[in-house]
Design a protein around this ligand. Structure first.
Ligand SMILES: *Cc1c(COP(=O)(O)O)cnc(C)c1O
Length: 461
């Protein structure tokens, strides 16, 4: 229980009922879902921590802004409103709305791939980013710091680029073959871990020296700014907005899934600092891919809601609460001995299932075993981030072993209270205390690509 005179910085004006099921019902529901939580109906989930993407709650200001959405095909008032907010935050010259983050990727990333054998380099490419790099005919290289894989060890900025790896990758492949450097903030695949301002600045310097463009993949840039304010020397007294502006000064382009720090359920941003040639290419390409450049896959109402949401996400009181919720859940688990990625990142708590289930081999999916046990125990839906997600080697068809077997407890924005998080913690602690009883899984059905979404399983005896 949380108090000491602090609670959620909002009160609830509209409620969405949720229902707890019985343990016996959940055993049947999970069996019917082929032991794959993706196949559960959301109405059969009590607390849904599958993702923080598009699952947040909008504010009264966002809902009221939607009433004045201008649905004009071209030159909508709502477009100009959103454009002015994006320019205000980023300082960039060019902006186009897209339907979600991957929309920005499919329009922008191919424009820098001008020949065969090119590479994008990132701290860690997010899945859809990697997919669009490869669809554009380039290859993806990750250069994150090694601290990122040291789960229990504290590091302020586990999302950072390893500058050494970055310079080596540029030297090995030749600067003329690097399409761009993608700064993923926060570093989603590393557990929502932040990247420091010093690291962004250093990456920009390396890029500049080599004549390479930098791209900010900033789905959670506001959360990243909060960590910089909290942890990095010289930023304690700076406004979040000013930290954001400095962040954007180190990028040449900004791709954003607005389903995260845009505080909307659908939407995305493509902004370009000043490169007119690239902007013109994107403006041509966006029409067949997403839509006319002043709506690009969003309707007027949603652009209004995003214009408001972007500013709300920079509010320090909102961010303090947001990060405190993640930390609260993380602390409760750590206090009970449950091994988690430490410190917690900006949007989720990652539970170390390799440490919980050393008796389950990687190809029997220890993190799926924990995820399913958590659902049965508490009606809580989490997601496996490990060898199941990683898939098979395309050449040998063997299961690839992931370096980490994690279960992600992803917290939607402004949706759950500390009481909900207590339910999650209590259920997870119970699962942890009974960890020796957990069993692995084998496939009943396995799809050839993105198998984690649709696979069905049999529990092993
Ligand atoms: C979610 C996400 C994307 C893709 O955005 P969608 O809105 O899901 O298409 C890209 N990069 C990062 C870092 C993300 O978290």
């Amino acid at each position: 229980m949380k108090s000491k005179y602090m609670a959620e910085p909002y009160r609830i004006k509209m409620v969405e009922p949720i229902r707890q099921t019985t343990r016996d019902e959940r055993i049947t529901l999970l069996k019917n879902a082929g032991y794959n939580p993706f196949s559960l109906r959301s109405e059969d989930v009590y607390i849904d921590l599958l993702t923080d993407s598009g699952t947040g709650a909008m504010s009264q200001d966002q809902w009221s802004a939607m009433m004045v959405g201008d649905e004009a095909y071209a030159g909508s008032k709502s477009f100009y409103k959103l454009e002015s907010v994006v320019k205000h935050i980023t300082g960039y010259k060019y902006f186009m709305p897209v339907h979600q983050g991957r929309g920005a990727e499919q329009v922008f990333l191919p424009q820098l791939v001008t020949k065969k054998g090119m590479y994008y380099i990132s701290n860690i490419h997010f899945d859809t980013t990697r997919a669009h790099v490869e669809l554009a005919g380039a290859r993806a290289i990750d250069c994150v710091v090694e601290d990122c894989y040291d789960i229990e060890h504290y590091h302020d900025f586990k999302g950072n680029f390893c500058l050494d790896k970055l310079e080596k990758a540029i030297a090995t492949h030749g600067k003329e073959n690097i399409a761009g450097i993608i700064m993923t903030i926060t570093n989603n695949s590393a557990g929502g871990q932040p990247v420091s301002m010093a690291n962004l600045r250093a990456v920009k310097e390396i890029a500049k020296k080599n004549g390479i463009m930098t791209i900010i993949d900033g789905a959670r840039y506001a959360e990243n700014c909060f960590f910089i304010k909290e942890r990095e020397d010289g930023y304690q007294d700076m406004d979040i907005l000013d930290i954001a502006r400095e962040t954007f000064s180190y990028g040449d382009a900004f791709l954003m899934s607005a389903k995260k720090d845009g505080l909307v359920n659908m939407g995305g941003i493509l902004a370009i600092k000043d490169n007119e040639a690239v902007y013109n290419k994107c403006r041509t390409y966006i029409v067949p891919m997403e839509g006319f450049p002043t709506y690009g896959g969003m309707n007027g109402r949603d652009m209004e809601a995003l214009a408001v949401g972007l500013m709300e996400a920079l509010d320090i009181h909102y961010l303090q609460h947001r990060i405190d919720q993640i930390r609260y859940l993380g602390d409760r688990l750590r206090d009970a001995g449950v091994p988690i990625q430490h410190p917690v990142g900006g949007h989720a708590v990652f539970v170390d299932c390799k440490a919980i289930c050393p008796h389950i081999p990687y190809d029997q999916f220890p993190a799926l075993a924990v995820t399913n046990a958590l659902y049965i125990e508490g009606g809580v839906r989490a997601v496996e981030i490990g060898s199941l997600l990683l898939g098979r080697d395309p050449d040998t068809k063997k299961n690839i072993q992931s370096r980490m077997e994690l279960m992600r407890l992803t917290i939607p924005r402004r949706v759950y209270t500390y009481n909900h998080l207590d339910v999650v913690a209590d259920a997870m602690i119970h699962v942890y205390e009974h960890r020796h009883e957990l069993k692995g899984y084998e496939f009943e059905y396995e799809s050839p690509i993105l198998r984690h979404f649709t696979a069905t399983f049999r529990p092993l005896k």
